[in-house]
Design a protein around this ligand. Structure first.
Ligand code: NAG
Ligand code: NAG
Ligand code: NAG
Ligand code: NAG
Length: 455
């Protein structure tokens, strides 16, 4: 019983009850490759004098590998079964990692007893990427599935890095699965397997995300005039590379020495060296690759650019009944007249549109920047007004200017009123035409009205 007491103090009483007849406790032997391992299987004969071992058997992962009572059973290479029951393995190999059970058959009436040991042959990690060629191509929006199959004892921990940053995953998984929702997700994905034995192993997979053309332009509306030189820009990104064509209406643009295309990386441009009136119109930059097609419309027009109101620092602006507006309009062709629209500002919902229109003649000045000031008279005091401007040259009416809000003496413009002023009507008038914002709807009325009136 002496040994049993030792077990109780060292391990647990339950272990003692089960293997009370063994001298040494079950162990997991961690060995490096080529080490010699000795697994014990020593029966405590002192505690049980009458029970002596009849035969000893060893099982590896439930397969019988050694049996002292069967001489025809040959042990695996480098394995030795000693008289005292221990199993010795010389120059242990990674494949010898496993669970080893020693079984002692005892003299009657005692039954057999078993004890389980384990060997872990420590082995530096290795990784195999999937796809095995280290390259994966998906379409934008498709699922990405890449993995690193790791080996090593103990089993390695896997970490992933991409673009120099560790990917924060909840677990150290072998398989990485995500949707390529953004083409920025393309790049090199590297996995590292480390288990504390030898050097960590690395593998990498290059992810390529192919996508249909994406296009942007710096200007979707370009003012010009006959005799000028103009460049229409279109920036195209696509993978695989897109073929870009220029159309005017549905007809491909006729290229010659006067009208040429320029390509610089992803920048595509149509250069018209000596604009003629017949060049005015809507151009389409069309890009196509095997995944799809993109289009961008850019208008070339002779009508003036939309005007811009200038803020005045004039102290006399706090008059009760009048207000001076100053504006600037760019036009390569002389401005013929301005149309100034104004109304009292009553907050966001102003229905019906109750604009007053003033036709303002031009002065004799030369472009391309035309400036003008005009004093609106007969205004009410303590009132906030809003105004917008359209201007006309030989080719027609410009788009409306951004709205300006101003106040007569006694009224204050708050931040809210000013911030809305900065909304660029020219860019948004069509985009917002279906929204409930009454300002835009009002402007649409004006536009339709103007179109009917002057075109
Ligand atoms: C084990 O021995 C083999 C053969 O001599 C050798 O190739 C291998 O590198 C050794 N392994 C270690 C971990 O020393
Ligand atoms: C002894 O081992 C040999 C080889 O594995 C086997 O064929 C034979 O049946 C075994 N004999 C006994 C008595 O278990
Ligand atoms: C059992 O035998 C082996 C081989 O002779 C020896 O190395 C080992 O020390 C022995 N164990 C005991 C407890 O005597
Ligand atoms: C519209 O404008 C006229 C003249 O300025 C004014 O008399 C009338 O009250 C306005 N109507 C609304 C609904 O603001």
């Amino acid at each position: 019983m002496r040994f049993c007491v030792v077990f109780v103090s060292v391990i647990s009483s339950c272990v003692c009850n089960e293997i009370g007849d063994f001298i040494s406790p079950p162990t997991t032997v961690k060995a490096t490759e080529n080490n010699t391992v000795l697994l014990p299987c020593y029966l405590n004969t002192i505690s049980n004098d009458e029970a002596y071992a009849v035969s000893i058997r060893w099982y590896k992962d439930d397969n019988l590998i050694a049996d002292s009572s069967n001489e025809t059973l040959t042990l695996p290479d480098r394995h030795f079964l000693w008289k005292n029951g221990s199993l010795e393995i010389l120059s242990v190999q990674p494949e010898e990692t496993g669970e080893y059970v020693c079984e002692i058959e005892r003299s009657e009436p005692w039954g057999p007893v078993r004890q389980t040991h384990a060997i872990e042959v420590l082995h530096s990690p290795s990784v195999e990427p999937f796809p095995s060629n280290g390259f994966l191509q998906v379409k934008l929006g498709e699922e990405v599935r890449i993995s690193c199959k790791a080996e090593g004892v103990p089993y390695p921990m896997i970490t992933w890095t991409s673009k120099g940053e560790e990917l924060k995953l909840i677990d150290h998984r072998e398989i990485l699965k995500f949707t390529a929702s953004d083409r920025q997700m393309a790049g090199i994905y590297e996995c590292t397997a480390a288990n504390g034995v030898g050097e960590p192993a690395k593998a990498s997979i290059e992810l390529n995300v192919i996508y249909p053309p994406e296009m942007v332009t710096s200007r979707s509306w370009i003012h010009t005039a006959p005799g000028h030189r103009v460049q229409i820009d279109c920036r195209v990104s696509a993978d695989p590379q897109a073929t870009v064509t220029w159309l005017k209406g549905e007809i491909p643009v006729h290229l010659d020495s006067r009208v040429v295309t320029i390509v610089e990386g992803d920048k595509h441009a149509l250069l018209i060296k000596n604009v003629q009136r017949s060049d005015f119109g809507i151009y389409t930059c069309r890009a196509t690759n095997e995944l799809g097609q993109g289009e961008l419309a850019i208008q070339l027009s002779g009508v003036p650019n939309s005007g811009v109101f200038k803020h005045t620092e004039d102290k006399n602006q706090d008059a009760k009944n009048h207000y001076t507006l100053i504006w600037e309009v760019d036009s390569y062709t002389p401005i013929i007249e301005y149309s100034l629209w104004f109304r009292t500002y009553k907050g966001r919902l102003t229905h019906p549109p109750n604009w007053t229109k003033l036709t303002i003649p031009t002065e004799h000045s030369s472009g391309p920047v035309y400036s003008k000031s005009y004093t609106i008279k007969g205004l009410k005091e303590r009132t906030v007004y809003e105004a917008l401007l359209v201007s006309r040259n030989r080719y027609g009416w410009s788009k409306p200017s951004p709205i300006l809000r101003f106040a007569t003496a006694g009224a204050e413009l708050n931040e809210d009123m000013i911030s809305t002023v900065q909304v660029n009507v020219q860019e948004n008038v069509f985009a917002y035409s279906s929204s409930s914002s009454s300002n835009y709807i009002t402007i649409m009325y004006i536009l339709i009205f103007l179109i009917k009136l002057f075109v």
